[in-house]
Design a protein. Structure first.
Length: 161
């Protein structure tokens, strides 16, 4: 692939990030945020599998970049909305900050392990397959989330005897 192909792929990711973030936020205002998160994670796994199944051509790269762009930052409005919905708006910034910190630590570890894996094996194949597994695990963990506000989960007070 040429440098142009790489640059265009990055540009497509950025363009489709805008569309995906806005679309996920809009959908999250109308549908279950946890289910949308689950579908985003599951679709990420599908796009990675498709990338691995097809011969790498510029068209395959562009479709992958657009698809991952749609799905990449779409989790942000849904996660933030879910935190606010469950815990209330008072602590949303703090709680989302902790979620984001965890994401950054995971990103660092993932990139470092990806480089280490490549240096050890000469291939990124294992990294792609781990990514698929993690995306499926994230989907499976998203679907059972209880979206009700914490106040609605409290057990009713026991009636005085």
């Amino acid at each position: 692939m040429s440098a142009f192909d790489g640059a265009l792929a990055v540009a497509l990711i950025g363009l489709f990030n805008v569309i995906g973030s806005y679309g996920a936020g809009w959908l999250g205002g109308r549908h279950s945020k946890k289910n949308l998160l689950g579908w985003i994670y599951a679709l990420r796994a599908v796009f990675i599998v498709l990338l691995l199944l097809f011969p790498l051509t510029p068209l395959v790269l562009y479709v992958f970049a657009a698809g991952m762009g749609l799905l990449w930052l779409g989790t942000v409005p849904l996660t933030n909305g879910l935190i606010g919905q469950i815990f209330g708006l008072r602590y949303t910034a703090t709680l989302y900050g902790l979620v984001f910190l965890g994401h950054q630590i995971g990103s660092f570890v993932g990139v470092w392990l990806g480089g280490w894996t490549f240096e050890s094996t000469g291939s990124y194949d294992l990294v792609w397959w781990i990514g698929i597994g993690l995306a499926l695990a994230a989907a499976a963990l998203s679907w059972p989330i209880d979206e009700r506000p914490m106040a609605a989960r409290r057990a009713p007070e026991a009636a005085p005897s």
